[in-house]
Design a protein around this ligand. Structure first.
Ligand SMILES: [Zn+2]
Length: 185
């Protein structure tokens, strides 16, 4: 039930694997192979949790529970929308105009943070400017101006500087945002 946004081993459903991701990340010197998954976990018959986990060289970096649904189909459809874009999927039983854009946006913030390796506590302790940069990037993802593939590339670039220069989270996110702005403009 786990879908990788970035993975060497797994491909996306519907034949829509994100192209190009295999070229990035783990080939950069000093940077492990990074991937981020958005999955659905069944905790009880009526409790389905959409969560995200990130790994570097197979070791877990961070994990966030995003949202709970009483219906598994809703949970899977929500995951599809977070990864592929609003309106990508809906539950045939409960679809009523799909999911709210606010919910998928908030989920993308969580996936983005997790992808970076930020725990919820790490995120909470970030300065406002860093949070606002992550919100802006999630917004760009939500509007389709940015893809997860490009985000992966920008994260890897920032992460490489972080390990070379021992940057703080704030400085790393500044670098990430600078990369993203170059991609989008
Ligand atoms: Zn449903």
């Amino acid at each position: 039930m786990t879908k990788s946004i970035i993975s060497l081993e797994e491909s996306m459903s519907k034949g829509r694997e994100i192209k190009g991701l295999r070229l990035h990340g783990h080939f950069l010197e000093g940077i492990g192979y990074r991937r981020c998954e958005v999955g659905v976990r069944k905790d009880a018959p009526d409790k389905w949790v959409v969560y995200t986990s990130s790994f570097i060289d197979g070791k877990e970096l961070a994990s966030w529970d995003i949202v709970e649904f009483p219906c598994g189909t809703c949970a899977v459809a929500f995951r599809e929308c977070v990864v592929f874009g609003d309106g990508d999927a809906e539950c045939y039983t409960h679809a009523q105009g799909g999911f709210s854009d606010g919910d998928t946006y908030a989920a993308r913030v969580a996936v983005l943070c997790c992808f970076f390796g930020l725990s919820e506590a790490d995120f909470a302790s970030l300065p406002l400017v860093s949070k606002s940069r992550l919100f802006k990037v999630a917004h760009l993802l939500s509007t389709g101006q940015l893809t997860w593939e490009k985000v992966a590339r920008a994260i890897e670039a920032a992460e490489q500087l972080r390990s070379q220069l021992s940057l703080s989270w704030k400085e790393t996110i500044d670098e990430f945002y600078r990369e993203v702005k170059q991609i989008v403009v």
